[in-house]
Design a protein. Structure first.
Length: 302
């Protein structure tokens, strides 16, 4: 049996679908049964509960061959890292108690920075905690910046005619990736169970992109070829996030993450090669996913 946490999200849902298509028994974990209905209709078993609940996870992981573990975003918490830490502790306790032989995690570039990685600090903590479970083989997928995060910029493009929001310098290249590529790699490794000990691999998209390039690619796709990237200051970005209702601990974590992009530390230790480069391009995402969604929103009545 495979247990997939975050099964209603971008990577978990696609991963669960692939495992089901391969004829594997799959348990999908989520807070809401309705969000898992598409997967349960295909034969998955649902486990409804919180990833912060170690007892629930221990029972869910019992007799599992492998677990796909992640820490979902939680935008409403007053203590973002505290939430990440609690979830990581619950996942680790359950893996240990249930004696799960294989775990693949959704981690991130920057997980090598346990003290100042910003929003990925909790993923570094999860990697550290799972390293203490001696009998479990663990593979961390250190993924790049999701293409799908760019959907959150559509409103700013529409209202102000700019791509921006993140306080990241426009000429800094870093890894960006489609979530489908992450799910597909997770599926390959979970079906093969070809890893041992504790390790990580990068999931880095086809190449590094700068935000100046991102603006040009998205702009071309939506018919705004002059769309500029505007890098906000750290203070402007934090204030903007707070005005949008984001909690201070999360706004601070996002700013710290962007600082690691700008100072180059997010990418330190990464060497691109054929194995960590994945096929889905930002150009294809822009044309096939971002532009249709942007135009559909434009067509909605005010």
């Amino acid at each position: 049996m495979y247990v997939i946490t975050g099964a209603s999200g971008h990577t978990g849902k696609r991963l669960a679908q692939t495992l089901l298509e391969a004829g594997k028994p799959v348990t999908v974990v989520g807070r809401n049964a309705e969000n898992l209905q598409e997967l349960t209709s295909r034969g998955a078993q649902a486990a409804i509960g919180s990833l912060e609940d170690a007892a629930f996870l221990t029972e869910t992981f019992r007799n599992a061959t492998a677990v796909y573990a992640l820490i979902p975003p939680h935008f409403g918490t007053d203590d973002f890292f505290g939430y990440q830490r609690q979830t990581a502790d619950a996942l680790t306790e359950a893996v240990r108690a249930s004696q799960v032989p294989y775990v693949v995690t959704l981690s991130s570039f920057g997980a090598h920075l346990p003290e100042d990685g910003g929003v990925v600090k909790g993923l570094a903590y999860l990697e550290q905690q799972l390293a203490t479970v001696a009998e479990t083989n663990v593979l961390h997928l250190r993924a790049g910046f999701f293409f799908q995060n760019l959907f959150g910029n559509a409103g700013l493009i529409r209202q102000a005619g700019i791509l921006g929001g993140f306080p990241i310098q426009g000429d800094v290249p870093f890894a960006m990736v489609h979530t489908n590529d992450i799910a597909d790699l997770a599926a390959r490794r979970l079906l093969a169970l070809d890893f041992s000990g504790k390790g990580h691999v990068f999931v880095a998209g086809p190449r590094d992109y700068t935000f100046n390039e991102v603006a040009a690619i998205l702009g071309q796709a939506i018919g705004r070829p002059e769309l500029p990237w505007v890098a906000f200051s750290y203070e402007q970005a934090r204030e903007g996030m707070l005005q949008m209702g984001m909690k201070p601990s999360l706004a601070d974590a996002y700013v710290e993450f962007c600082q690691r992009v700008n100072d180059g530390r997010l990418m330190e230790g990464f060497v691109r090669d054929a194995e960590n480069s994945t096929p889905s391009s930002l150009e294809s995402f822009a044309a096939q996913e971002f532009a249709p969604a942007f135009r559909q929103a434009d067509a909605q009545p005010a």
